[in-house]
Structure formats: structure tokens, C-alpha cells
Design a binder for this molecule. Structure first.
Ligand code: PLP
Length: 395
């Protein structure tokens, strides 16, 4: 019986609204792209994870259509029963080649890859040492395991060392980090993490969702950027951002790790296979990324241009080279200003998102801009002009 639960839920929803935390979804009436239309307006999109602009790439759409024709719509099965087709195997092999790992296992999402990892490898006598800013899916994955949990301050290597000391007597130890922290656009200090891991005999786990496809010379992500591909034990990532943006995720690692995940990882064993068209489309995305620097170069130039123009216009950006570029609005009324500026910009046809406490620390409100290879120079200039106009209007 629903009964008084109805009133309780209504009260909770009102609390969310009163706290200014209610999330309104803007409905797109177009494909995902640099230029989108919503039910309200046309907008330049600066808040998608569409880093390489592949979400509506004609070659990838075509590859997905071929996948539909050749392999059907859906698998109606988990992988180990009858949900594995040749393209699923091919994509796992292609990801392993691309990332320089021994083997790869696909999941329906990176959320599932992270959710299904820790429990399989780490038990009560083991330790997981996690960066405090790690993605929710790592946090949930860690919660599902019986391992002892340790947390270190974001990218703080002295604190990581303290936690490694505290975990010294554990059987297995893993350091888990995002490759890129998505609120700041900052990189995890992987060389130092790998040094400490070697000193203490720990494994290294990196979730590279905000890097795979475009960070590093070949787009292989943060381990490539830092030259530590051979020192990172486990990489997870998503197909839902730069690699076409559809859906799906993976864990790529040593042979035995992947083999054991196929036997024991619950989201893999108990959730449907990735749809064939998504697999063939993602294969085409990987081919495109491996064959050419063009989109990566374009993304880097766009990021530099945006940073330069915004800095010249007097805005305060967090330092960094990642296409996540946070524009900061510090102080007590920063949250209000960031929200009003973002609202103002949307009315002017530029879609950006403001983040404030509790998503980011108090006093560190920001508008997170995400650049894409699909943006043109004039798109970026229009975005910067909209920022300046909104600042003038809001004060
Ligand atoms: C986006 C993201 C995920 C989730 O990926 P999905 O494939 O959409 O589930 C996981 N981890 C990190 C760090 C992410 O940025």
C-alpha cells in the first residue's frame, strides 16, 4: 500500500527543490552534437562528453546500421549463455590492442565495470585505497566488496602513503583512482601513484572514462599521457563518452584478472550483452581514432583557444589542458552567480552547466565547460562572448 509514502516522497522532493538541487532535464529534439535543439531553443552545446564529436559521426552511424543488418537488434542474453557474437569478441580484442593490455571484458556501462570489479578481487583480508574524488561507480563498487577501505585526499601523495602504511598488513592492496577528475579537469598523478604502488606492493586501478580516445599522443588515455601503461594493472573506461558516446564500458587488464571477472563479475553475469549495433559502431569509433590525429588535434586547439580567450576576458579558469575547463565563481554568492550566468547563457543559445555545493566544495562554484572537436572556432568565440554578456547582465 502506497499510503503515507506518497506524502513522504512529496516532502523529500520539496526539500530537494528548496535546496536548489532539483535537476531539470532539458529534452533535446536533435541528435547529440555541437549544435543541438531543445524543446525550448537552439543551442551551442558545451556540456556533453562528446569530446571527439563522434556521437553523430556519419561513418559511425553507418557502421551501426551495418551492425543492425548483419547482427540484429539485440542479444536477449547475457554473454555467457548466448550473448557473445563475433563483434563482441572483436571489440574486446581491439580495445586490448589499443590500450596495450592482455585482455578486455565488455560491460553494459562503465558503471557496471566498476561495480563488478572490486568484489571479485578483494575480500575481507584485502585493502582498497581510493581517491576521495573518485566517481560514484567506484565508490559503489568498493562498497560491494568486503575489503577494508581507505581513502586519501584528492591526488595527495603524502596522504596516499599514510593509507598504504595503514594497509600494510593486508593481503592484497589496490590503489583506485579516476584518470581525470571530472569536476576539475585535473589528471591523477599516475607516475607518483605507480611509484608508491611499487614501493608498497600494491596494484593500480585507473578509471579512464574522461580520457580514453583523446588523452595521450595516440588517444590511449592517462597511462599513455604519463608513460605508465606497463605499470597500471587495471583500466576501466566507457564507450559512452569520446568513443562514440553510445553506451557500454570495459575492464582491461592482465589475462587472469579478466578471466576471473568473466567467471565471477555480477553485472557481467547477470545483465544483458551490449547491443550489436553499439558494438559495431564502437569498433568504427576505435578505427577512426587509431587512424587519425585530426580530431584529437582539433580538440586540443579548441581547448587552448577557449582557455586563452576566457583568460583574456578576465575569467578565472582552473589551470589545466583537459577539455573539461571549469570557470570559477568563488565566494559566498558564487553559486548564485554561476547559476544565473548559466541560465542567461542558455537564453542566449549557449548550453553550459553550473555546479555548486554539495557537488563541489563550498565557495568553489563553477561553470563546467566541455570542449569538443566538433566545435568550430566561431562556436568557441560565441561561447566566450556569451560568458562576457552574461557576466555584464548578472553583475
Ligand atoms: C562517465 C563515467 C562513468 C560511467 O560511465 P557509463 O559507461 O556511462 O556508465 C564511470 N566512471 C567515470 C570516471 C566516468 O566519468
Amino acid at each position: 500500500m502506497y499510503g503515507k509514502v506518497k506524502d513522504e516522497l512529496a516532502a523529500t522532493l520539496q526539500e530537494i527543490r528548496d535546496a536548489g538541487l532539483y535537476k531539470q532535464e532539458r529534452e533535446l529534439t536533435s541528435p547529440q552534437s555541437a549544435h543541438v535543439t531543445t524543446t525550448q531553443t537552439q543551442a551551442l552545446n558545451f556540456c556533453a562528453n562528446n569530446y571527439l564529436g563522434l556521437a553523430d559521426d556519419p561513418g559511425i552511424v553507418e557502421a551501426a546500421k551495418v551492425g543492425l543488418d548483419e547482427w540484429g537488434f539485440g542479444m536477449a542474453s547475457v554473454r555467457f549463455i548466448c550473448g557473445t557474437q563475433t563483434p563482441h569478441r572483436r571489440l574486446e580484442q581491439r580495445l586490448s590492442e589499443f590500450l596495450g593490455t592482455e585482455d578486455t571484458i565488455l560491460y553494459s556501462s562503465c558503471f557496471d565495470a566498476n561495480g563488478g570489479f572490486f568484489e571479485v578481487l578483494f575480500d575481507a583480508e584485502d585493502a582498497i585505497i581510493s581517491d576521495e574524488l573518485n566517481h560514484a561507480s567506484i565508490i559503489d563498487g568498493v562498497r560491494l566488496s568486503k575489503a577494508q577501505r581507505f581513502r586519501y585526499r584528492n591526488a595527495d601523495m603524502a596522504d596516499l602513503r599514510r593509507q598504504l602504511e595503514a594497509a600494510r598488513d593486508c593481503r592484497r592492496v589496490v590503489i583506485a583512482t579516476d584518470g581525470v577528475f571530472s569536476m576539475d579537469g585535473s589528471y591523477a598523478p599516475l607516475p607518483q601513484i605507480c611509484d608508491l604502488a611499487e614501493e608498497y606492493g600494491a596494484m593500480v586501478f585507473v578509471d579512464d572514462s574522461h580520457a580514453v580516445g583523446f588523452v595521450g599522443e595516440g588517444g590511449r588515455g592517462t597511462p599513455e599521457l604519463f608513460g605508465v601503461q606497463d605499470r597500471v594493472d587495471v583500466v576501466t573506461g566507457t564507450l559512452g563518452k569520446a568513443l562514440g558516446g553510445a553506451s557500454g564500458g570495459y575492464t582491461s587488464s592482465h589475462r587472469e584478472v579478466v578471466e576471473l571477472l568473466r567467471q565471477r563479475s555480477r553485472p557481467y553475469l547477470f545483465s544483458n550483452s551490449v547491443a550489436p549495433a553499439v558494438v559495431t559502431g564502437s569498433l568504427a569509433a576505435l578505427d577512426l581514432i587509431a587512424a587519425s590525429h585530426d580530431k584529437r588535434d582539433r580538440l586540443r586547439r579548441n581547448t587552448e583557444l577557449f582557455t586563452d580567450l576566457m583568460t583574456d576576458a578576465g575569467f578565472d579558469l582552473l589551470p589545466g589542458t583537459h577539455p573539461i575547463r571549469p570557470v570559477m565563481f568563488p565566494g559566498d554568492d558564487g553559486a548564485r552567480r554561476a547559476t544565473e550566468i548559466a541560465d542567461h547563457m542558455l537564453k542566449a543559445g549557449v548550453y553550459v552547466i553550473a555546479f555548486s555545493y554539495p557537488v563541489v566544495p563550498k565557495g568553489k562554484a563553477r561553470i563546467r565547460v566541455q570542449l569538443s572537436a566538433a566545435h568550430t572556432e566561431s562556436d568557441i568565440r560565441a561561447c566566450v562572448e556569451a560568458f562576457a554578456a552574461a557576466r555584464d547582465a548578472v553583475g
